[in-house]
Each structure stands twice: as C-alpha cells, then as structure tokens.
Design a protein around this ligand. Structure first.
Ligand code: UTP
Length: 307
C-alpha cells in the first residue's frame, strides 16, 4: 500500500496572457469570462471544493483584481438585496464567497504553465496536490478529479487527465504515449509531447487541464529549461517524472470520457456557453427553440472581422 500523504490543496493558474482571446483579455483574465452567469473560474473552484479540496491557491498575474473581488464579499450589495428581500440573488452572490479558503500568489512574469506551478511550491509544501486549469470546464455530472486523486494515492506518482481527440486536433494539446496497467482502469504514461504535428503524435490521447502531482515535480521544474515558445512547460517536467523510478516517480493517466467544455479560445468558448445555457432549467428550452429557428431560417448574419 502507498504511504503517500493525502491530497488537500488545489492550485489554479490564471496568470496566462490569454492572447487567443484578445482584446477582451487585455485587462481581465480569460478565466473571468462569463459562462452563462458565472465566470469560468467559479465552475473550476466549485469542482475542486466538490472533491474536498477547499485550500485553493490561485496563481495570478497583474490583472488579479477582478478575481479577488469575485471571491470576496460585497457588503453593500448584500445589504441592498437583503433590504429588497431578494433572497435568490443574495444567495447567488454569496455562493462565491463561501467556496473554501482562497489564497493568491503572483507569477510576475508569465513564463509558462510549469513556472506558474513552481510558484505554488511554498504554499503546497511536500504534499501531493491538484492543478486545475481555469479554461477547462468538466461537467459537474461527470467524475474526473476524484478518480485522479484515488489513482495518485494508489500509485504514489503523478496523474494526468487524458481525452481522446481526433488526430488532426492533437496539435493543440500535449499528447501522451501510454500502456495499460493490468487489472486497473488507469494507464501508465511513458512519454509526453507538447503540441505535436498530427503525423508525429504518438497517440490521439490529449492532456486536458487537470493534474494531481507528486511534490517531486517542484525539484524537476526548477531544473527544467524553457521549452516550446520559450516557456517552462509542465509537460517537460512530467516527461522527466514519467521516466523516473522510486520516490515521486511515475506518471499515470485517467482517460476521461465525460463532458468537457473548453473556454480558452473564441469558438470553443461560444460552443461551451451555448451548450451549458441550453441545459439551464430557466431558459434552456426557449434558447433551444430560438436556436432551431435561427439556424433553419438561414438568418441574415452580419459578417464582422475579429481581432
Ligand atoms: P494557456 O496556454 O492555455 O493560456 O495556459 P494562455 O497562455 O493564457 O493563453 P493563450 O494561448 O495566450 O491564449 C494554460 C493555463 O495556464 C495559465 C493560464 O492562465 C491558463 O489557465 N498560465 C499559463 C499561467 O498561469 N502562467 C503562464 O505563464 C502561462
């Protein structure tokens, strides 16, 4: 049996530049973009809390203000809603203040996801921990993070979330080379490649934005040279851990077959919002019927150039 320490902390990096989403990300992190009526980041924090990770560290950049405000109380707004007796809206704004214990650390210079994770070292210490990317949403009805934590505890290594994608889409992701583990539902990861060309990809298994990492990753990240795009890549550090034997070595994968919504680029984000909005009890049916008419009538859509 593994003697690994329990997973108690979640790290959420939100310091990226969000260049795929400019100009809206000029002054606010993409994780604050609304997905129906909550910012994307709130879904991610709720997911962490739902598996018992209520010690949350956000790795922020210079635009952290909106994030901090969102997870803080707004006494004047609460008082106004209380006076009006609007309990529903009051509960909605209080929901985000009561989500665990949220801490913030500044990354300073966005030198890559690996560097962002390294910024959490002092807060995390020598325990395994989860990393959740704020632009990847996992449907609350589908289990992923809980299973990843179980695999980390059973193996004592690090765990990545994998998803099958069409081969031509793999160049947008980190890609894993895996083999089955006898008698288990998870796989062993032997190698990882960041954003390979489809013809060079070792599989169609993409790494998605959930990780449960052994703290040995910090030592490896300290030694990891900037890779693709001049950034310190988490994938490169995991590649080293995948080859390591003994304490903290070994990388495993949980293949996720549930519903995932990507909010990191414009088109995926729009699809995520429409999908989640269509499922909403208050207006989902109206929206679906409007969409059917909109599409079937071949609406006269004005064409505008994007950034
Ligand atoms: P992405 O590569 O998706 O984010 O990083 P990005 O760099 O902000 O986006 P584009 O490509 O320019 O549009 C994955 C996650 O890692 C965080 C991001 O905020 C995102 O949640 N990140 C990335 C950091 O916190 N720091 C970094 O230096 C880089």
């Amino acid at each position: 049996m593994s003697t690994t320490k329990p997973v108690r902390k979640a790290v959420i990096p939100v310091a990226g530049l969000g260049t795929r989403f400019l100009p809206v990300t000029k002054a606010m992190p993409k994780e604050m973009l609304p997905v129906v009526d909550k910012p994307a980041i709130q879904y991610v924090v709720e997911e962490a809390v739902s598996v018992g990770l209520d010690d949350i560290l956000m790795i922020t950049g210079r635009n952290k203000r909106a994030l901090e405000d969102h997870f803080d109380r707004v006494p004047s707004l609460e008082a106004t809603l209380e006076e009006k007796g609007d309990e529903k809206k009051l509960a909605a704004i209080q929901e985000s203040n009561n989500l665990g214990d949220i801490h913030y650390v500044r990354q300073g210079d966005p030198k890559g996801l690996g560097h962002a994770v390294l910024c959490s070292q002092r807060h995390v210490g020598a325990e395994p921990f989860a990393v959740l990317l704020g632009d990847d949403l996992i449907d609350e009805r589908d289990e992923l993070l809980g299973e990843m934590i179980r695999v980390q505890q059973a193996t004592g290594g690090s765990v990545v979330a994998l998803m099958e994608v069409p081969r031509e889409a793999i160049s947008a992701y980190g890609c894993a080379m895996v083999s089955p583990v006898e008698g288990e539902s998870f796989v062993q990861v032997h190698g990882l490649v960041e954003k390979p060309a489809p013809e060079d990809a070792p599989s169609n298994l993409a790494i998605i934005g959930r990780y449960v990492l052994h703290p040995a990753v910090f030592g490896v990240l300290e030694e990891t040279e900037p890779g693709r795009g001049g950034e310190i890549q988490l994938t490169d550090a995991l590649q080293t851990l995948a080859r390591r034997e003994g304490e903290g070595g070994g990388v495993y994968g949980v293949v996720f077959r549930g519903r995932r919504y990507d909010t990191g680029d414009k088109l995926s984000y729009l699809k995520a919002v429409v999908t989640l909005a269509c499922g909403r009890e208050e207006f989902g049916e109206d929206l679906r019927s409007w969409l059917r008419d909109f599409v079937s009538e071949g609406a006269d859509v004005p064409s505008t150039a994007g950034a």
